[in-house]
Design a protein around this ligand. Structure first.
Ligand SMILES: Cc1cc2nc3c(=O)[nH]c(=O)nc-3n(C[C@H](O)[C@H](O)[C@H](O)COP(=O)(O)OP(=O)(O)OC[C@H]3O[C@@H](n4cnc5c(N)ncnc54)[C@H](O)[C@@H]3O)c2cc1C
Length: 426
């Protein structure tokens, strides 16, 4: 139930904090800002939870400390690109735009940089359960997140991870148990015997319905007095001291503070506020099998084909793949259907005739970390975007940090330098 009221005469009541984007990041910012005593207004062109946060794999991963930009990953790229069933695709027309991003990505994959990124991932991801649980209790939906553990599997023998990945987990104190052969089948009986190698992360968890997660938090902040507007932000009006209003499809929405949490679309707006960053729309797909005929006990990630499978309220979700094609290209549903083939191999007997499919844009910066940062040009602007593969996991801590930034009470516990907007300035 979003408000569509015209807002051209809103000057009398400038939003204390206007948040652009009602995905998981935007609603967590709203919840933590409310807790800090702020009056918040959210604006999204869609109803809450219909952007990238709609269709992810729901992995809630305090132990996610291994970046995607690992050294050596680049060598896999030609093989992945040539494999029609592979996890990566690049639209040729988009390649020239991707070069600058790829060079940054290569820099991020140097071992020292990887270690620094891993520490920043830990700081953001580790408190995820304590970040969500109070919100969901108050929202009346604590059942949405389960501390289920997560399983990674491969049909190949030998260690599943590089030495560096193991080092990163060990340094971070993340529990990970190697599980092989029959023990793997005992843990996850639906899995094909082809899969002999497993890694259990017992302290990770899962969200049973990512869209409902956003909706539950949005409903909660609305009940606590937040206004949620359904409209598109086009640009901003500047006063003598900086931006003072969003110019939207609903009219002008004045604000005192602005939080930009517009996911993969954020750079279109941040450019107008003086920040231009290499943000890619890393497109991912899902298939949700609505009558799978079997249901794995655990969320299981297939390491050979880089996709996740997750038991959800709506059925068995298969989610993953990375496609670089920009924000506006039409989906290639063939990329989603590939997931059906993989799932049939992974779960013998799974029924694949009834499904829904979806494409979403991960907001991805070259180092995989988000920007959580006050604008260097405008004191009343805070950026909160770029959560890439880990937005569900990083959102609650982001919300807390954003509330601290808006309140001008920076956290003593988390060093914000790795998430600074200025790291891409050079
Ligand atoms: C296939 C797939 C699987 C994934 N699996 C996981 C997982 O298991 N675990 C995990 O932690 N993460 C996962 N992710 C990543 C996660 O989904 C994202 O990081 C997260 O959803 C980003 O949230 P967000 O709020 O920043 O963006 P979004 O959810 O996209 O929200 C941004 C919102 O901004 C709005 N908006 C944009 N521009 C404007 C404008 N100009 N005016 C008004 N509104 C605007 C959009 O409509 C949108 O609703 C996955 C992603 C994909 C694609």
């Amino acid at each position: 139930m979003s408000s569509n009221a015209a807002t051209s005469n809103r000057d009398a009541a400038a939003a204390e904090v206007l948040i652009v984007g009602a995905g998981i990041v935007g609603v967590c910012c709203a919840a933590y800002l409310q807790r800090a005593g702020f009056r918040v207004t959210l604006i999204d062109r869609l109803a809450p939870g219909n952007g990238c946060s709609f269709g992810n794999a729901g992995n809630v991963s305090p132990g996610a400390v291994v970046p995607y930009s690992m050294p050596g990953t680049l060598w896999n790229v030609p093989r992945w690109l040539l494999d029609p069933l592979g996890p990566l695709a690049v639209r040729p027309a988009h390649l020239p735009k991707l070069i600058r991003w790829l060079l940054r990505w290569m820099r991020a994959s140097r071992p020292d940089n990887v270690r620094a990124i891993s520490r920043a991932m830990l700081a953001l991801h580790q408190p995820v359960f304590e970040g969500y649980l109070p919100l969901l209790k108050e929202a009346g939906a604590p059942e949405l997140i389960e501390m289920s553990g997560q399983l990674y599997v491969s049909a190949k023998s030998g260690p599943m991870d590089s030495e560096l990945a193991r080092e990163l987990r060990k340094t971070a104190g993340i529990r990970a148990e190697a599980i092989t052969g029959g023990a793997l089948r005992e843990l996850e009986p639906t899995l094909s015997g082809e899969y002999q190698t497993g890694l259990l992360l017992p302290d990770n968890g899962t969200c049973l319905n990512p869209q409902r997660l956003v909706q539950a938090i949005a409903d909660h902040v609305r009940r606590n007095g937040a206004e949620i507007l359904e409209g598109e932000v086009h640009s901003f009006r500047f006063g003598p001291d900086g931006p003072v209003a969003a110019l939207t499809s609903l009219g002008e929405v004045p604000f005192k503070n602005l939080v930009l949490a517009a996911g993969a679309w954020s750079n279109r707006l941040s450019k107008q506020l003086g920040l231009d960053v290499p943000l890619e729309a890393e497109r991912g797909y899902h298939i949700t099998l609505t009558e799978p005929g079997l249901m794995p006990r655990l969320p299981v990630t297939n390491r050979d084909f880089s996709f996740a499978t997750a038991p959800m309220e709506m059925g068995l979700r298969l989610a993953g793949t990375a496609e670089y094609g920009g924000l506006d290209a039409a989906p290639n549903w063939g990329r989603a259907r590939v997931l059906l083939k993989h799932a049939t191999r992974m779960y013998p007997g799974v029924a694949t005739s009834s499904f829904t499919e979806w494409m979403g844009h991960r907001p991805t910066l070259p180092d995989g970390l988000p920007i959580i940062s006050r604008s260097s040009q405008h004191r009343n602007i805070v950026f909160a975007f770029g959560h890439s593969h880990f937005g569900v996991t990083g959102a609650p801590t982001t919300g807390r940090l954003v509330a601290e930034l808006v309140a001008n009470k920076p956290s003593n516990s988390i060093d914000l330098t790795p998430y600074s907007a200025s790291r891409f300035a050079a």
